[in-house]
Every structure is written in C-alpha cells, then in structure tokens.
Ligand binder design. Structure first.
Ligand code: UDP
Length: 332
C-alpha cells in the first residue's frame, strides 16, 4: 500500500489536473474522483482514453456519494483530501443558486461527513477571492470582510465556515486556499485550461487571436482603474499546484492553516493583458469594448504574505508573459 495517498476531487479539472501531475511527480499516490461534469463531452471522452500520470487512479463519481468516499478512503488508505470539485461560474450561480449551494455546499458537506467517518482529517479546499465580494481595500488580506456578492462566492464561503466549525468540533485540519485568477498551463503543453462553456479571460484572448472564437469583448471601460478596465491578480496554475502540496505537508505536520490567499500581489488590467498577449503572439488581439459584466469588482489583488509565510511558498511562473506563453502553448 503506498504510504501517502491523496484523494483529489475534481482532479480532471483545470487546477485539479495540474495538482495531480505535481503530486504524482512528488511521489504521492493520487485517487482522482471526478464526475467530468465541468468538461465538454469530447474533452471528457478524450480524457477517459488518456494515460493517467503514474501513481494516479481515476474514479468517475459524485462527491456527495458517502459510501463511495468511505470505500475509496479505506481501499486506498487515503491520508488527505484536496477538494477541487465544484461549480465555478459566477453568472450561472446568479441564475441557478440551487445548483451552487447543492454542489459547493450540500454535497461538499456529505464529502466532509464521509471523511470524518473514514477518520481522514486533513482537507485542502479550493476556495476563491470571490468570498471577499467588492473589497474595501486592496491588496486584500485574509482578515478583510467576507461579503460575497454572488451565490458562487456565498457557497464557497459557506463551506469554509463548515470546515472551520468541523475543525473546532471534530479536530479536522484544513486550508481554504482562496485563489485569485488561476491561469497559465503546464509548460509542456499537455494540460490546458478547458471549461465548458469558457468564460475566463486568458483562454478567450488566445482563442480570439487564433480566430477560433469571436473577438474578445472587454467588459467595461470606465472602471475607477488607471486605464478604465478591471484589474486582476493572475497566478500560474503550476504555482497553485505547488501551494497545495505545501499545504498537505503542513497539515500532515499538525498545523491547521485556515484561509490563505493565493495570488502574486500584482494586478494587471484587461488592457494590459491584451497588450501582453499581443507582445507574446506578435499580432494584435481582435477585441471590442462592451458593457460591464454584473458583479465584477474593479480591482482584485491579493495580499499573499500569509501564504508565503505559512506555506513557505512564492509564485515562480506567474509573470504575465510566462503565463501567456504557457497558455498559448497549451491551446495553439
Ligand atoms: N473579462 C473580459 N472579457 C471576457 C472575460 C473576462 O473583459 O470575455 C474580464 C473580466 O471582466 C475580469 C477579467 O477579465 O475583469 C478576468 O475575468 P475572468 O472571468 O477570467 O476571471 P474572474 O476575475 O471573473 O474570476
């Protein structure tokens, strides 16, 4: 039996698949639990036929299936869990909050209860900067008020509270890693950011440049930012993967970490991203300026000193040009 098995929910997704690769490369055994609902049909089909990294096992299933979770924990001697599985689209969450509270909260709670029954107590949770809503101050630290402005952020925050309560009552140890803008791709080009439907800026910019999608629509031009477009903190998915590995190790050493921001501390506007993409690709990016998107705060930039301190972690691939080069390689 391998000594260190990690159960990875949502391990077929964007951040999850990068984590699985990093975990296997570091010698861990990984059990991926994913229902493939976040992928398009053709991506799901092709994923099922791809070889898994050595050390990984894939199980198609539901995080709310307590019997399955208990069985996996027992069969694979699971020691820790990284919980990526969840619904992630802000706009959809406004239209269908029931779906977001079901998956991100209710079913996630079933997962937590099954882990408790299986005596697995280390959980790393994939959380989000959306828990802060529209921040009063940037950079945003973990002690900033959490006032989410959409059901997506509410459902993620609700689960953070469940983790905190279980930690106090039942000895659970957890890290809630609040990602800013996860982007980039593995530098070898074999893993890409694929969501169905795709709503994220970098893939849409690259596809607009390739001509495989319409010109990018820039959401809003009169925000209170230097060039009028929204500013975000883009962090490379491989840097995120490393942070999760560090978090597992810290939990295993007996530290419960609580919420930690994962970003770089530097923000770029949509216009700056377009300019950087033009520099990387050597051609202008077709785009049009459109209306603001509901619920988009003007500036989201992380204060990530706590993650640096507690995880001994620094982003090393999150320069904007590197992010874009890696993302381009994975999509072109
Ligand atoms: N954005 C945009 N056009 C798009 C998609 C995104 O202008 O088609 C902007 C969006 O308003 C935000 C930034 O790009 O300021 C990043 O958006 P994304 O959806 O990638 O991540 P979010 O910040 O919403 O988590």
């Amino acid at each position: 039996m391998p000594s260190m098995t990690v159960l990875v929910t949502g391990g077929a997704g964007f951040v999850g698949s990068h984590f699985v690769r990093a975990a296997c490369e570091s010698g861990r055994h990984v059990v991926i639990l994913d229902d493939l609902s976040g992928l398009g049909l053709s991506d799901a089909d092709s994923l099922l036929t791809l070889p898994l990294p050595s050390g990984a096992t894939f199980v198609r299933g539901d995080i709310g299936d307590g019997a399955l979770i208990r069985k996996l924990c027992k069969e694979h001697a699971v020691e820790s869990v990284v919980h990526f599985a969840g619904k992630i689209q802000v706009g959809e969450s406004v239209r269908r909050p029931e779906l977001y509270f079901d998956v991100n909260f209710a079913r996630s709670l079933r997962l937590l209860d099954a882990l408790r029954e299986a005596a697995v107590r280390d959980v790393v949770f994939s959380s989000t900067a959306a828990v802060y809503g529209v921040p009063q101050e940037v950079p945003i630290s973990e002690s900033a008020p959490t006032v989410p402005v959409n059901p997506y952020g509410c459902s993620k925050l609700a689960f953070e509270w469940a983790l905190d309560s279980y930690a106090r009552a039942h000895g659970l140890r957890f890290a809630a890693l609040r990602y800013f803008n996860a982007s980039g791709a593995h530098p070898d080009g074999t893993l890409a950011e694929r969501h169905e439907p795709e709503t994220h800026l970098l893939p849409l910019v690259i596809d607009a440049a390739r001509g495989s999608r319409p010109p990018l629509m820039v959401f809003g031009h009169d925000y209170p930012t230097p060039d009028g477009t929204c500013v975000r903190d883009y962090v490379h998915v491989c840097d995120l993967a490393t942070a999760h590995l560090r978090a597992i190790d810290k939990l295993a050493q007996g530290h419960s970490l609580g919420p930690l921001n994962l970003g770089t501390g530097h923000g770029y506007s949509v216009k700056e991203v377009l300019q950087a993409a033009q520099d990387v690709l050597g051609a202008p990016i077709p785009h049009v300026v459109g209306p603001k998107r509901d619920g988009d705060p003007p500036v989201l930039v992380a204060d990530c000193r706590a993650a640096q301190r507690h995880l001994d972690w620094q982003p090393v691939r999150s320069e904007l040009a590197t992010l874009l080069e890696d993302a381009v390689r994975s999509r072109w």
